[in-house]
Design a protein around this ligand. Structure first.
Ligand SMILES: [Ca+2]
Ligand SMILES: [Ca+2]
Ligand SMILES: [Ca+2]
Ligand SMILES: [Ca+2]
Length: 407
């Protein structure tokens, strides 16, 4: 897929490089795929997208799994207090299926107020075909064994839904990556900084929302290629009320967006990160952030060919996860990356187990670093059936020394 796209990009990238030459900006430090990447969302965890996933169900390739997660780093001892989804946030999956940058379908998910620690919230799911159905969230427990995932299947649409805490599927050495980037910017690249091999996300949970849909529901004029973008929105106004409640009104405004991992986090300069979250893939395709992205990559020493590859993923037709529904998928990913023979994962959609950080390091370093951050998979096994994520990390028994965390 990459080689095919490189040729198409030559002219476009030349333009980007010219733009980038005048847009050199201080390189941002990376926090995560998208956790707390900008100041506004860092203070709004319920609306702070961390990761978005799009892949074919490995057990039935006629179905697509779409997932987004928010508010990570939930420690097992906080499973009850931090188990709810913000009732005043609209969680949206935008689907692009005509081949341009403008979304063509939306899937909206909202949640009722949390009324108790032991009762589920009710999610309302609005599908692209107009079908609306409701489903309970999965309630958490402080027991050693997690409650089983509650999956609701809507017979009328064939859609399945899950929302609840899961193990955070993202794996990445934040510290190693940042130390390596610092060495590059200091003029003496030091790949040994990537040898810590410590997964900053191991041992922590995250708020996961997952849907499984018939692939046919999402197809459009672009045939087997769909784009997926995660968005959170809030009412424009929130009024605090003296009795402790609040009241919201006004049109919905976008709080965060996330598709390709690490674009805003790693490639957009700090002063423009809030603006990036408020912008759209149409803005991306119009070149709103192209100079910033090229400037950052140029500062890292990435050459035109590899800038072209990365730009095609996140700029040319907007920042979407593009999934080819005709490419068979047989797993949720087990640490594979673009250098793995037969690889079919990210940036073809994104499976939970794909080593996205290694993919990005590979292209940023002009395909020189093939071992990435030396964190090669999730700390616990992913699931075999929908929603395919691992159960939440539970409080450990007395005497258990290793809680999986790798700070
Ligand atoms: Ca975010
Ligand atoms: Ca479109
Ligand atoms: Ca994990
Ligand atoms: Ca890795």
């Amino acid at each position: 897929m990459f080689r095919f796209r490189i040729k198409k990009l030559a002219v476009f990238v030349t333009g980007l490089l010219i733009a980038g030459a005048t847009a050199m900006a201080p390189l941002p430090m990376t926090n995560a795929a998208d956790h707390a990447e900008a100041t506004l969302v860092a203070g709004d965890p319920g609306a702070d997208l961390a990761d978005v996933f799009a892949f074919l169900d490995p057990n039935d390739n006629s179905k697509v799994v779409l997932a987004l997660d928010v508010e990570g780093f939930v420690v097992p001892s906080e499973l009850l207090n931090l188990s709810f989804f913000a009732p005043d946030v609209t969680y949206r999956l935008e689907i692009e299926n005509t081949g341009d940058a403008a979304p063509d379908q939306t899937i909206d998910i909202t949640f009722s107020e949390q009324t108790s620690r032991s009762q589920p919230q009710t999610a309302t799911i609005k599908l692209p075909n107009g079908r609306v159905f409701t489903a309970p969230t999965t309630v958490q427990t402080l027991n050693a064994t997690p409650n089983p995932f509650v999956v609701t299947t809507d017979p009328a649409s064939g859609a399945s839904f899950f929302a609840g805490l899961t193990d955070d599927p993202f794996y990445f050495d934040i510290v190693g990556f940042n130390r390596f980037v610092a060495s590059v910017l200091a003029g003496s690249p030091d790949p040994t900084k990537l040898q810590r091999g410590r997964d900053s996300f191991a041992g922590y949970n995250i708020h996961m929302i997952a849907l499984e849909l018939p692939a046919a529901m999402l197809k459009g004029p672009a045939g087997n290629i769909i784009g997926v973008n995660g968005v959170t929105l809030r009412d424009k106004q929130t009024h605090r009320i003296e009795d402790g409640g609040d009241r919201t009104n006004g049109k919905l405004v976008q709080v965060d967006r996330m598709a390709t991992p690490a674009v805003n986090t790693a490639l957009i300069p700090f002063p423009r990160k809030n603006e990036y979250n408020a912008s759209t893939p149409v803005d991306d395709a119009a070149g709103k952030f192209a100079g910033d992205i090229v400037g950052t990559l140029t500062a890292l020493g990435t050459n035109a060919t590899n800038i072209g590859i990365l730009a095609n993923v996140a700029v040319v037709h907007g920042d979407y996860l593009r999934l080819d529904l005709s490419i068979p998928n047989t797993s949720v990913g087990f640490g594979e990356r673009v250098t793995t023979p037969g690889y079919t994962g990210f940036p073809n959609g994104r499976r939970p187990g794909d080593d996205t950080i290694d993919d990005l390091l590979y292209f940023i370093t002009n395909q020189a670093i093939t071992n990435g951050d030396n964190v090669n998979g999730n700390d616990v096994p992913l699931g075999n059936t929908f929603p395919f994520f691992a159960p939440p990390q539970q409080p450990r028994a007395s005497g258990v020394i290793d809680d999986n965390t790798r700070n």
